[in-house]
Design a protein around this ligand. Structure first.
Ligand code: C5P
Length: 235
């Protein structure tokens, strides 16, 4: 591995989208190019880290060729959960850039679902997938072991009632991760594009540590850093 600021560190990155099978030929999926996660993996590797990339479905090729990146391919959220649980104990840094399907079909049809002569439409019942990020944070809290730094991602459009930064701030606190990267989703923004604008929200605990404060601040205000550039630079 090249010398660099992350030399000797293990970085686990999840990237791409999950696919939740409905029958042998169909699935529910999330839109995700995987570009950000792949760029993060390359950047961490170039900084000297040992990188474990847990790759879901991506438009871009996972960077398998670089010497200090190992790639593990997964498809479903359940597979991602198992992979993260196996990898988390060794990780110094866990970056959850994958777009995980929040729901999966409650049952899998072993045969292809067919159109029927009676004209009835199939009803697909969904169930919740585990929240892998929140669960990993929770495990670190209860066991005192796990990644030193856990980074979550959020893609928000905002709404008339809430601006994306407020939603991201709430998500940072709800998930309990150390950093949250906000991608703003809009007409010309984010999906599959090379250029992006991200906001990095830092949890109060890390902010306090970085500032050398003795105690964590009581106010739950995140520090926001905004970066613009290509996904490669943004990494
Ligand atoms: O709640 P939301 O899906 O917007 O949160 C996004 C963050 O949570 C991402 O870091 C994503 O990888 C993670 N996540 C997860 N498990 C889920 C859903 C999202 O780990 N079931």
């Amino acid at each position: 591995a090249p010398a660099g600021p992350l030399q000797g560190r293990t970085v686990v990155i999840t990237a791409g989208g999950t696919r939740e099978p409905l029958d042998p030929v169909r699935y529910l999926g999330n839109r995700s190019s995987g570009k950000q996660g792949a760029a993060l993996a390359e950047t961490a590797a170039a900084a000297g880290a040992q990188v474990h990339l847990i790759a879901g479905i991506m438009d871009v090729q996972a960077p398998e060729h670089a010497g200090n990146i190992t790639v593990e391919h997964i498809e479903t959220a359940a597979e991602l959960q198992a992979a993260v649980q196996r990898a988390a104990p060794e990780a110094d840094l866990l970056i959850m850039a994958a777009a995980v399907a929040d729901f999966r079909p409650a049952s899998y049809a072993a045969q292809k679902i067919k159109k029927t002569d009676d004209g009835e439409n199939p009803v697909i019942t969904l169930e919740r997938n585990p929240d892998i990020l929140a669960e990993t944070v929770q495990q670190r809290r209860t066991t005192g072991t796990g990644p030193k730094v856990i980074v979550g991602f959020a893609a928000e459009t905002g709404s008339a009632e809430a601006d994306p930064l407020e939603l991201a701030q709430a998500k940072l606190l709800r998930k309990g991760c150390d950093l949250l990267v906000l991608n703003q989703v809009g007409e010309r923004l984010v999906f599959g594009r090379d250029e992006t604008e991200i906001h990095i929200l830092t949890a109060p605990r890390l902010t306090a540590a970085a500032a050398g404060a003795a105690a964590a601040p009581t106010a739950a205000e995140a520090v926001v850093t905004t970066l613009r550039g290509t996904k490669h630079e943004a990494a």
